[in-house]
Ligand binder design. Structure first.
Ligand code: HEM
Length: 537
């Protein structure tokens, strides 16, 4: 039989979407019928009752009732800006992504955020900051979903619900709202000592950025880049702010949280509006792609580790300028959906088990946050290239797909032209060899929980170190459980004796005994045996 000709010819309704966005001269219903009055319900006489048939009243209130969507489960509070990334060509040798070609300009959208607070919380709390960048490249969307701290709390994505449950407000009173001053947080980070370096960064001035414009950003994980000849390197991404890195003093942050809880979003928007466009250089630390995936003894697959820039300097590969504020917070800042799995040709993942957990999480959460599987069609998420994904239907579908054969190859809708001849421009899934037994285990190299913390602490000036001691003393001072405070001081002895002594004195505690060497090798099975106790207690 002859193939049935397609009857679908394109979008059935040719009304531009903007015409539907509050632009006509008249007030109308959602169906476009003109209204004479939107201030009075339809009633049986001026004193009522209100009539059920008042469709305008019900439509107006029903829409309002559904205006809110769930906030992000983490990073709920944020501010964003549009901009452009200009490549300087330095990465061309190591990566074939068109985004890095010399002189190439790529539009970006960047969302900065706190992690733990709710959407209405204050900007200046002590917390990690998100630094997520969407590059609308001419080869598809690339998201660099990073933080302002180069290490993370945990080494395996399976613990993410646990660290977030511990760090979010207590489930009974929902206190504290957005700070690390509570028992569950300190309980977690002292039982899971892999969190030591990230916690130290939080307790340092980096936990209190002065402005989003003055923050570094880090991809945290190690990524694999592939060049035009198929050769690979491992890299860590860094954003370096042209304004330098600056922090608030604790007292300033406290005052700002009360006087201007919107301080950071106001600062970003005002700067851009006044033409003081913030800029960041994007850089990479580059490592050979060896079988062990280590560099100078540092395991590159362990996201709790940093590689000192003295060992691997950051090489600048381009500059980002943020030059336009969002015109609608909800449409753009709230609905943007980042995902570490959004990669382009030449950029690939590694086997970092935290990154692998993230690859599952973001799409999954966004399906519930953004009401179904079609949020990639929202203007802020739409790639700036053609999309031909064969996905169909679903909640909030806005595309009127043509054709009758939503699969490839087919013999009805023109076959499979996109499969032919364009392999050179397609995503590269690097054919890394994989072998092993199925186990729930971490590699031995993940047992070192303290070296990155020591490196960072040693890099601080005496003033910065004093701020760290004050922060630990203040935050731990809010804990109710003495055992947790003691455990925290024990962990601090692994970073620096003087720091531990100062905090112990500030908390009115004796300095606990020096932990035995195997404390730093406290893996999960040991934890379940000690429960709330530390092996050296
Ligand atoms: C947001 C999960 C680790 C950076 C989110 C969201 C989830 C999530 C569910 C909310 C997304 C949304 O609703 O659109 C996870 C999991 C992790 C993890 C499961 C570990 C297994 C990390 C790490 C970083 C990071 C290591 C930094 C390197 C961010 C940022 C956002 C975010 C910046 C906010 C994105 C935005 O501005 O919309 N994460 N995350 N996350 N995450 Fe993660």
């Amino acid at each position: 039989a002859a193939p049935r000709p397609s009857t679908a010819t394109g979008t059935p309704v040719d009304v531009p979407i903007d015409a539907m966005a509050q632009q006509g001269a008249f007030l109308t219903t959602a169906q476009g019928a003109r209204l004479t009055d939107t201030d009075h319900s339809l009633k049986a006489g001026p004193r009522g009752p209100v009539l059920l048939q008042d469709h305008h009243l019900r439509e107006k209130i029903t829409h309002f009732d559904h205006e809110r969507i769930p906030e992000r489960v983490v990073h709920a509070r944020g501010a964003a800006a549009h901009g452009v990334f200009a490549a300087n060509g330095a990465a061309e040798r190591i990566c074939c992504a068109s985004l890095f070609e010399k002189g190439k300009e790529t539009p970006v959208f960047v969302r900065f955020s706190t992690v733990l607070g709710s959407r209405g919380s204050a900007d200046t709390v002590r917390d990690t900051r998100g630094f997520a960048t969407k590059f609308y490249t001419d080869e598809g969307v690339f998201d660099l979903v990073g933080n302002n701290i180069p290490v993370f709390f945990i080494q395996d994505g399976i613990k993410f619900p646990d660290i977030i449950h511990a760090a979010k407000p207590h489930p009974d009173r929902e206190i504290p709202q957005a700070q690390s001053a509570h028992d569950t947080f300190w309980d977690f980070v002292t039982l899971h000592t892999e969190a030591t370096a990230h916690t130290l960064w939080n307790m340092s001035d980096r936990g209190l950025p002065r402005s989003y414009r003055m923050m570094e950003g880090f991809g945290v994980h190690t990524f694999r880049l592939v060049n035009a000849r198929g050769k690979t390197v491992l890299v860590k991404f860094h954003w370096k702010p042209r304004l330098g890195v600056h922090s608030l003093l604790w007292e300033e942050a406290q005052i700002a949280a009360g006087v201007d809880p919107d301080m950071h979003r106001r600062d970003l928007a005002d700067a851009i509006e006044s033409g003081a466009f913030p800029q960041w250089d994007l850089g990479v630390q580059v490592f050979p792609d060896t079988e062990e995936q280590t560099f100078e003894g540092i395991d590159l697959l362990d996201p709790t580790k940093l590689v000192p820039e003295e060992l691997a300097p950051v090489q600048v590969i381009g500059t980002m300028t943020l030059n336009a504020n969002p015109t609608n917070y909800f449409e753009q800042t709230e609905q943007v959906a980042f995902h570490p799995g959004h990669l382009v040709r030449g950029i690939d993942h590694t086997d970092d088990p935290l990154l692998q957990g993230r690859l599952f999480s973001y799409l999954d959460t966004q399906i519930s946050r953004l009401g179904g599987p079609n949020f990639a069609q929202l203007p802020i998420n739409r790639p700036h290239v053609g999309v031909n994904d064969m996905f169909r239907d679903g909640m909030h579908q806005t595309a009127g797909h043509a054709g009758v054969a939503p699969y490839r190859p087919n013999s009805l809708d023109g076959g499979c032209p996109f499969l032919a001849g364009n392999k050179d421009a397609a995503l590269i899934e690097y054919p890394e060899a994989v072998a092993g037994r199925k186990v729930r285990e971490a590699p031995k190299s993940f047992d070192d929980h303290f070296s990155s913390a020591r490196i960072f602490y040693a890099s601080l000036t005496p003033v910065e170190q004093a701020h760290v001691a004050k922060a630990y003393t203040f935050e731990l001072g809010k804990c109710y459980e003495k055992a947790i405070k003691q455990r925290a001081v024990t962990v601090l002895r692994q970073i620096d004796e003087q720091l531990a002594q100062t905090v112990a004195t500030g908390l009115g505690l004796p300095l606990p005994g020096k932990p035995s060497k195997n404390v730093q090798v406290l893996a999960s099975p040991a934890l379940s045996q000690v429960g709330n106790r530390w092996p050296c207690d």
